[in-house]
Design a protein around this ligand. Structure first.
Ligand code: ZN
Length: 312
């Protein structure tokens, strides 16, 4: 069995996207509006596919459906996770995602969307929108109806290296200048609460107010403990960033040679800094890969690099 399978990403062009995914990460993608790189995705909205080796050209969903042994025979109809790099040249819409139960009932059985962000880069004074200040559902609806966005949204200072968990029901927005790696459930369901009245191709993007009100957690939970800075790390170590019922996300720092094991059927990995090798495959900043069941038992890396890994 192949131990590591390199993946080619899918790119999404958006109203708020920029050029960093090409200029900083080196992806060969044209355009000045590249918002998202879906590096590890089996979602029908945008799939990654195998770039070389025995399975070259296969989509990740095909691997999941036809070669479940690669994933340690993990259960489930669909590959459960999605790993993206997001470059926000402009603010994203203010949005919220449903949980699994709401998505199952209202979105044709889709997964809900729990996600977490690792901040790769951001301006000195960057703030993200995380949560809101409404005390009751009535107050939330009134503030939205009256357009009192500054009063409603909760802004939080962030730094490079911060890890932030965004549970379903959390009002959130990534803001201009922030570049982050998102690990999420494999879902593309976003309810837009506000889009700054921006116009593209002559019209505003659709809002989803009723569904947003259905799923927003009111009042928003306090933020304490939800943001941690995890930039610094010892060489040749794994640092756990987030562990919840849907995924575990860790950061790996390699300097020279590093071997470790993961107690998982498969591991997603993205190089966020530097370059080196994973087993015998050459990788560099921006490389995305699946480490198979065979590889996860004893993962061998070398070089000088940092990776974000995730597994269920
Ligand atoms: Zn989101």
């Amino acid at each position: 069995m192949e131990k590591v399978i390199l993946l080619n990403p899918y790119f999404s062009h958006t109203i708020w996207g920029g050029k960093k995914l090409r200029d900083v990460f080196g992806y060969d993608e044209p355009g000045d509006d590249i918002g998202e790189c879906w590096g590890i995705s089996a979602h029908p909205s945008g799939e990654s596919f195998v770039s070389c080796g025995e399975f070259e050209g296969k989509r990740l969903s095909e691997l999941w459906n036809e070669h479940r042994e690669l994933f340690g025979n993990a259960e489930g109809k669909a590959f459960p996770l999605l790993v993206k790099i997001i470059d926000a040249k402009d603010d994203l819409s203010i949005q919220v995602h449903p949980d699994d139960e709401y998505a199952r009932l209202h979105e044709n059985g889709a997964f809900g969307k729990k996600e977490c962000w690792y901040v790769l880069d951001c301006p000195e004074d960057a703030e993200l929108v995380i949560g809101h200040n409404a005390g009751t559902s009535e107050e939330l609806r009134a503030m939205v109806a009256e357009g009192r966005w500054d009063d409603l949204i909760r802004k939080v200072r962030v730094r490079k290296g911060d890890i932030i968990q965004i549970d379903p029901g959390t009002v959130h927005s990534i803001t201009a200048g922030v570049c982050l790696l998102e690990t999420q459930q494999s879902s593309d369901i976003t309810y837009r609460l506000y889009d700054y009245d921006r116009i593209r191709n002559g019209k505003k993007r659709e809002l989803h107010l009723q569904k947003s009100f259905d799923v927003i957690t009111v009042p928003a939970p306090a933020l304490s403990g939800q943001i941690r800075n995890c930039k610094e790390q010892e060489e040749n170590s794994i640092r756990k960033l987030v562990s919840c019922d849907r995924y575990t996300v860790s950061k790996v720092k390699v300097s020279g040679e590093f071997t470790f094991k993961c107690d998982a059927g498969f591991v997603n990995a993205t190089v966020i800094e530097g370059s080196g090798r994973v087993f015998d495959s050459e990788v560099k900043k921006g490389s995305h890969m699946l480490i198979t069941a065979d590889g996860a038992k004893c993962i061998r890396m070398s070089g000088n690099m940092e990776l974000i890994i995730s597994y269920i």
